[in-house]
Design a protein around this ligand. Structure first.
Ligand code: ZN
Length: 319
């Protein structure tokens, strides 16, 4: 299948993935990456240290890439993925490359994508578009919303969704915050010492979300701040109705559950005052903090009680 000007669907990447899913008859999670690639006429191949030993071109690629869309004019185009990656990561990479393959304005180029390009925090517009399209393949919105509505807001819900859609924790959590109709957000926390001790201007567009027509610079922190704040906000993704925005770069002090979860390496559930995230608001969030393995990062799910009596989200009606 090939999208051209004749079946141009606009500039929203997820629409292209939805059309492919509809037309290929895939209606249940997990979406099979092989079926999607096959429907799009793309061959799936893996590269590894062994295969690269016989092919110098692959050796060059393997140094920097986790996935590669290799277009061929007279043959079948291919998606290469790193054979050593874990399964969920391969699926994310394959669907990401499918995004490059079907978005009409990505046409005619090979895409050699590194781990950073397939990362949800990627800054380049082209890569963000492909991430959006790939997320729709991996966790189709309709199926995902049904699952979200059937589960209480919690890390447990994200874990369930992750297993159902065979996806890694981080992209699933981002999708969860982005799609859920309730009041919730995901804060990714990282150690301050991993950052350079001077203000850096970065494009911190929240992953998977609308791009603002203006830039919101991260909060610059000084070296003194690094001592006061051992942790920092890497990024924040919120549901549409969550009432607060937490800026990337916000420092987190000691003496709260976020810090305790990070220091102990154990998950924690608690109420966390909004002031922990730099807000002057007097309320507290319900929160769950999950350390993410050896990465040194902590994923924090925040949510607030939803006092709307009933929200018929699927039909976009508030009762
Ligand atoms: Zn890419």
């Amino acid at each position: 299948m090939k999208f051209t000007l004749e079946n141009y669907l606009g500039n929203e990447p997820s629409l292209y993935a939805r059309k492919v899913l509809r037309e290929s008859g895939l209606k249940a999670a997990p979406i099979c990456e092989k079926t999607v690639a096959d429907y799009l006429g793309l061959e799936l191949k893996e590269f590894s240290l062994n295969s690269s030993a016989q092919n110098p071109e692959l050796l060059d690629i393997i140094k920097t890439a986790c996935a590669w869309l290799q277009r061929r004019v007279n043959g079948k185009s291919r998606i290469w993925v790193h054979g050593d990656a874990y399964f969920e990561r391969k699926r994310l990479s394959i669907f990401h490359e499918c995004g490059h393959a079907i978005l009409p304005w990505h046409e005619d180029f090979d895409y050699l994508c590194s781990d950073k390009d397939v990362d949800p925090t990627v800054r380049s517009r082209i890569e963000r578009e492909s991430f959006g399209c790939g997320s729709e393949f991996l966790m189709p919105r309709d199926m995902f919303v049904e699952d979200v509505l059937s589960l209480e807001t919690s890390i447990y819900a994200i874990e369930q969704l992750r297993h159902r859609h065979v996806a890694s924790m981080e992209p699933t959590a981002i999708r969860y915050a982005y799609i859920t109709p309730g009041l919730c957000g995901i804060v990714m926390i990282k150690p301050a010492e991993n950052q350079k001790p001077k203000p850096i201007v970065q494009d911190h567009t929240p992953p998977g979300q609308m791009v603002f027509p203006f830039r919101i610079p991260p909060k610059p922190l000084t070296i003194e701040d690094d001592k006061r704040y051992p942790l920092k906000v890497k990024y924040f993704v919120k549901s549409h109705r969550f009432p607060k925005y937490i800026a990337p770069g916000t420092g987190i002090e000691e003496g709260n559950s976020v810090f305790e979860a990070w220091a102990s390496g154990r998950p924690l559930q608690d109420e966390i005052p909004a002031s922990v995230f730099g807000s002057s608001a007097k309320w507290a969030y319900n929160a769950e903090c999950i350390p993410l393995g050896k990465s040194g990062m902590v994923l924090v799910l925040l949510w607030l009680p939803d006092y709307q009596l009933k929200l018929d989200f699927k039909n976009a009606v508030i009762l």
